[in-house]
Design a protein around this ligand. Structure first.
Ligand code: HSE
Length: 313
């Protein structure tokens, strides 16, 4: 195998109550990336479609992750990367995380799966540092492990996979404005009261338990964010209106996807997820702001191989 094309999923970080600690991956939205082994021992990026991103491998998250992995493994080869983005940076759907995780996953294939998923998350986090200045694991862990993840600890890094209830669906509306993660992190309060902390960690416990036991009522009651959402929602036009209409249409819970501006809703079953999509569409169609809506299952496999082949030259 010297060429591999992979799918790297979009992800929803935080999942309302789990700021920087929870995330999940989407089944139907993500990037395609093609990696080709080369003899030059260099990393190159020959194609980027769907977004304006740097070709400079010190600045592009895929380049940063690939260089770190080839250096760490003392690889005797180089890699050329082609990136086909299906969702934009600054969406809140883990755009940089998809590029970073997809790269970590693909390079690991060339290295005969030398690294564990946990190690791949560590490499992919280097991409997050390059993208937004913070070593955040929630998006990249979801994109590598798939399903729901909990970052139980950052030092040392500990990622826990949480089961996905069978009927759980996500609806996401992406207003076509850009919110930079670095900017959205500046508005998060550096201190919260004990009362707020208690309410927040109690909901994380409730959400984890609800996901484990497929208790949709418990999931609904736990999808509440007292920390990031109140501080960030002013960055997202019509957030309250979308939340209210989505909940009225039967969503279990509604929140900001990662650092926004995408708003996500979790629902039980495709019928409700589609009704929520209609409600989101109705709310946003009156605003004059362009938007995209995605309805998806939860991706339970993480990044995956689409094709691999040998090119003999
Ligand atoms: N947990 C991060 C945040 C996700 O909300 O800032 C964005 O990368």
């Amino acid at each position: 195998m010297n060429t591999i094309t992979i799918f790297a999923p979009a992800t929803v970080a935080n999942v309302s109550c789990g700021f920087d600690a929870m995330g999940f991956a989407l089944e139907t939205l993500g990037d395609k990336m093609t990696f080709t082994k080369t003899a030059s021992k260099k990393i190159t990026i020959s194609k980027i479609e769907g977004a304006e991103l740097p070709f400079d491998t010190d600045k592009n998250v895929a380049g940063v992750v690939a260089q770190a992995m080839l250096k760490d493994s003392n690889a005797a080869f180089g890699v050329n990367i082609e990136i086909y983005k299906n969702f934009k940076p600054g969406s809140g759907l883990g755009s940089s995380a998809a590029s970073a995780s997809g790269t970590a996953f693909a390079i690991n294939q060339f290295l005969n799966n030398k690294y564990t998923n946990l190690e791949l998350v560590k490499f992919a986090m280097l991409g997050e540092i390059a993208a937004c200045g913070s070593a955040i694991a929630d998006n990249v862990a979801a994109a590598i492990y798939g399903g729901f993840i909990l970052v139980r600890s950052y030092e040392p890094l500990d990622i826990i996979s949480i089961p996905t209830p069978k009927e759980l669906m996500v609806t996401a509306i992406h207003p076509q404005i850009e919110v930079k993660t670095a900017d959205a992190r500046k508005v998060i309060p550096s201190k919260i009261t004990l009362k707020t902390a208690i309410a927040q960690w109690a909901n994380v416990g409730g959400l984890i338990s609800g996901l484990h036991t497929e208790n949709y009522d418990l999931i609904a009651n736990s999808l509440v964010d007292y920390v990031a959402e109140p501080a960030r929602k002013h960055l997202i036009p019509y957030f309250d209106e979308v939340k209210e209409s989505s909940l009225k249409s039967g969503a279990l819970g509604v929140g900001i996807s990662g650092s926004g501006p995408t708003i996500f809703a979790l629902s039980k079953g495709i019928e409700t997820a589609n009704k929520v999509a209609e409600a989101m569409q109705k709310t946003y169609s009156e605003t004059g702001i362009k938007y995209e809506i995605h309805v998806s299952k939860i991706n339970e496999t993480g990044s995956k191989i689409i094709t691999k082949w040998n090119i003999i030259v």
